[in-house]
Design a protein around this ligand. Structure first.
Ligand code: PGA
Length: 251
């Protein structure tokens, strides 16, 4: 088993042109020599600027959402995977818990978006996670298996060949309370075993990353779990220094 670590930043609805430019130029000055996969997912209006700014830096750029529709048409306000690919996006986050909770994204929609991302040649970063209530009711594995199996059942092996799985416990996102290394490892091992039931090769190669209050000071211990292949980082990805510290801990 030899998986490359992956650290992806999720800027959510944060940033400005000035911050994009500053991030890109600072990264180019200080971020050389990292051997892990890196990406930063910024608001759509900043994608192209970030792609240009990070050109040659080794950091890929991703979107935070896409339409489940693959054909162009009358879908006001939507952006499809082909458009994201055309400007040079490599990744797209799918099914983040904020989209599930605030924008009604069901497992069915998550499947459609994962398929749409694959059809456009993008790598979907599919997010799954339980709420605190579900964890306390001992439903963590059931909830995660349902969310994961929707995607595994709904997509073909070809559509899943480049997908990244992000385990993001809802109670850990933006709260400063990350999962413990033991909690993260236990869930990641469970998810990898679920995938192995269908496809042992995929289970061995898929990057399963953890998200939820990952910071420079807790990253190394979270990454110590053998099934934890990196992180999806919100708040701490807005500054090059903390993003790089987390990336260094991952490699
Ligand atoms: P956080 O966000 O690192 O700010 O907790 C993680 C995420 O939502 O992807």
């Amino acid at each position: 088993m030899s998986r490359i670590a992956f650290v992806a930043g999720n800027w959510k609805m944060n940033g400005s042109l000035a911050k994009v430019d500053a991030f890109a130029s600072e990264f180019k000055q200080t971020g050389a020599d990292l051997s892990c996969d890196l990406a930063v997912c910024v608001p759509n209006v900043y994608l192209q600027r970030m792609i240009e700014g990070l050109d040659g830096s080794g950091v890929a750029v991703g979107a935070q959402n896409l339409s489940g529709e693959t054909e162009p048409g009358a879908f006001t306000g939507e952006i499809n995977g082909t458009m994201l690919g055309e400007i040079g996006c490599k990744y797209v986050i799918v099914g983040h818990s904020e989209r599930r909770a605030m924008y009604g994204e069901t497992d069915e929609i998550v499947v459609a978006k994962t398929k749409a991302a694959a059809a456009a040649g993008l790598q979907p970063i599919v997010c799954i996670g339980e709420t605190l209530e579900q964890r306390e009711a001992d439903q963590t594995e059931t909830v995660l298996a349902t969310q994961l199996n929707a995607v595994l059942n709904g997509c073909s092996a070809d559509e899943l060949k480049d997908f990244v799985l992000a385990y993001e416990p809802v109670w850990a996102i933006g709260t400063g309370r990350s999962a413990t290394p033991e909690q993260a490892q236990a869930v990641h091992a469970f998810l990898r075993a679920q995938i192995a039931d269908r496809d042992a090769t995929m289970a061995d190669s898929i990057q399963i990353i953890y998200g939820g209050s990952v910071k420079p000071d807790n990253a190394a211990e979270i990454f110590s779990g053998k099934d934890v292949d990196g992180a999806l980082v919100g708040g701490a990805s807005l500054k090059v220094e903390s993003f790089l510290d987390i990336a260094r801990a991952a490699q």
